[in-house]
Structure formats: structure tokens, C-alpha cells
Design a binder for this molecule. Structure first.
Ligand code: SAM
Length: 164
């Protein structure tokens, strides 16, 4: 699927969501709290209380809904924070890494940062920093060969043990 097809598909889905919401508002026009609960100009927020890897709130956000996610599992919460809570805070912002900061004002003015592009650039820079730190300091943290003996006590090491 090309980028344009994807955008067309998302636009169709957004239109469908609005149509369905307006129908719901019309169906509930005589609800005692209709004004508060069924405002035809404001889509309701989306909440996935068992969000897991966050596919549903991510898609909801992409389709223009205010999206919320929660989960019992802290790893799922972390994934959801990284996918749907943090990126919008930096939407449309330039990166903050020193490489970008060192460019001239004229050069900076030429670049428009859309969506999470600036944040993504900082993450790429973070990977470069990590690799650089490993190059310079890695020798201070020698690699350890995981033995079967170690893996017996710590099951999470099993896949790293030599005989696996
Ligand atoms: C099948 S997964 C969710 C899949 C996700 N909704 C999706 O469509 O990709 C179910 C999730 O519910 C979470 N869960 C199970 N019991 C829960 C509870 N009582 N409260 C909150 N989350 C719970 C699990 O941690 C797991 O991440």
C-alpha cells in the first residue's frame, strides 16, 4: 500500500467515525445529559483499559481521537507511554541534540519538522551516543559468556547460554 492510499484510507476512516458519531448524537438527542455527552462537534475520547502493546489507542490517536491507554502490566504501560503519550508532546518540534543545535540559523530555518520527525532525529542521535559510549567505554565492561550453570538460576538468561 502506497503512502497516498494509506492517507486516503485514514481520511475515509475519519469521515466514517464522524458520521457514526453524528448518528449516535442524533439517536440520543433526547437523553437528559445529551448536551454534555452527545456533542456532535466533539468526538468522544477513546480508552483501551487492557491496552497491551497499544495497537488500538495508537490507531485511535492516528484517526484523530483523544486516546487513553492503561494496563496492569508495567511493560505495557511503558510501551504505551513511548508510543502514544510522549511523541505528541514533541509533535512538530525540532530536535534538541547538539548536532542540530550547532547548525546555522539560516540552515535551521530551511527545515520544517513534521509530526514526530524531530523526536525521531533525537532518538537516532541517542543511538549514535550509545554506540559512541560503547566504543569509548565498552572495554571497562567486558562481555560475559553466559553458561548453562548461570542460566539454571536465572531463566531469562537461558536463550543467551552457549548451548542453547
Ligand atoms: C490481549 S492483551 C491486549 C491486547 C490489546 N487490546 C490489542 O488489541 O492489541 C490483554 C492485556 O490486558 C492486560 N490485563 C489483564 N488483566 C488486566 C486487568 N485486570 N487490568 C488491566 N489490564 C489487564 C494484560 O496485561 C494484557 O496486556
Amino acid at each position: 500500500m502506497g503512502k497516498h492510499d494509506e492517507r486516503d484510507g485514514a481520511d475515509k476512516a475519519r469521515a466514517e467515525i464522524w458520521q457514526s458519531w453524528r448518528r449516535t448524537c442524533a439517536d440520543n438527542a433526547d437523553h437528559p445529559r445529551a448536551k454534555e455527552l452527545f456533542d456532535r462537534n466533539k468526538l468522544p475520547a477513546f480508552h483501551d483499559p487492557f491496552a497491551g502493546g497499544g495497537a488500538l489507542p495508537l490507531e485511535a490517536q492516528r484517526l484523530g481521537l483523544e486516546a487513553y491507554a492503561s494496563d496492569l502490566n508495567p511493560v505495557a504501560v511503558l510501551i504505551n507511554k513511548a508510543m502514544i503519550e510522549i511523541p505528541p508532546k514533541f509533535a512538530g518540534m525540532p530536535p534538541v541534540n547538539p548536532e542540530w543545535q550547532s547548525k546555522s540559523e539560516a540552515e535551521k530555518a530551511l527545515r520544517v519538522w513534521k509530526g514526530a520527525e524531530g523526536l525521531a532525529e533525537d532518538i537516532r542521535y541517542g543511538k549514535w551516543m550509545r554506540d559512541e559510549a560503547e566504543k569509548r567505554l565498552g572495554h571497562l565492561y567486558p562481555q560475559v559468556a553466559v553458561t548453562e550453570e548461570m542460566a539454571k538460576e536465572r531463566r531469562e538468561l537461558k536463550s543467551m547460554s552457549a548451548r542453547n
